[in-house]
Write a protein that binds this ligand. Structure first.
Ligand SMILES: [Zn+2]
Length: 249
């Protein structure tokens, strides 16, 4: 099966080896690995540079804007210049304020990353929680943006605004646990050409069992989308893979 995992946080070489070992022979598994802060930039560079199936992203996550290093934007731009396959992520806005980052600073850091992505013509991955109005307002001020809203959970109206701006909407394997009528309706209504899928896998010493089942769960998610959209599995598989491929290049 061809799977393009649009969002993960795999930071260890061991995880990549484990993933390789559990893939079946006929699997073509590509993945985007997103950073969250400066510490993860180096980890990602170490595992991603010589692997053509990995699409590395560098950025500042809204949870960690307060601890961004001085001159973070210049540092980020310099990393992006090193390799044309490098893109921006994870950036965005989060009003749950779990990590107590000021929303004003979040906005400033996010807009800077958005502008950098546009200027350098790189895709951007956006995290958005409880701030759809603010996100749409910011996005509308930009012309065509190339990127992904990861783990999309907004309304259909918001989805349409984001798609109009040029963004893809990503659904995570976490929806499989207990798929809500709202998610079913979103998947039904959002055009298949605007959907990508993700594991949102996060490197953790305890999480190896999750990694073991990851390709399987991604397959189940593709099956679920095919079922909801009443489309051939192979067609859905091909389109979802191509959507992410075209964006990441
Ligand atoms: Zn993430």
């Amino acid at each position: 099966m061809k799977i393009f995992d649009a969002h993960s946080h795999i930071y260890q070489k061991n995880d990549i080896l484990t993933l390789k070992n559990i893939l079946k022979e006929n699997h073509d598994y590509r993945l985007v690995i997103s950073a969250t802060d400066e510490n993860s930039w180096l980890d990602i560079k170490n595992i991603a540079t010589d692997n053509k199936n990995i699409f590395p992203q560098f950025g500042i996550h809204p949870w960690f804007v307060e601890s961004r290093p001085p001159l973070w934007d210049i540092k980020l731009k310099n990393i992006l210049k090193e390799n044309e396959r490098f893109s921006i992520g994870e950036s965005g806005l989060d009003k749950t304020n779990k990590y107590k980052s000021s929303f004003d600073i979040q906005k400033k850091v996010f807009i800077k990353q958005l502008c950098m992505a546009k200027k350098m013509n790189r895709p951007i991955t956006i995290h958005a929680v409880k701030c759809w109005g603010e996100l749409v307002e910011i996005i509308k001020k930009q012309e065509k943006i190339r990127g992904i809203i990861h783990s999309f959970s907004g309304s259909l109206e918001i989805a349409n605004e984001l798609i109009k701006a040029g963004l893809l909407l990503s659904f995570s394997i976490s929806i499989l646990n207990n798929i809500s009528p709202k998610t079913v309706n979103l998947i039904k209504e959002i055009p298949i050409n605007n959907i990508v899928i993700e594991s949102d896998y996060i490197t953790s010493k305890k999480a190896t069992s999750i990694l073991d089942t990851l390709p399987n769960k991604m397959e189940l998610l593709i099956e679920q989308i095919a079922l909801i959209k009443n489309m051939e599995l192979s067609t859905v598989e091909r389109i979802l893979f191509n959507n992410c491929s075209e964006l990441m290049g």
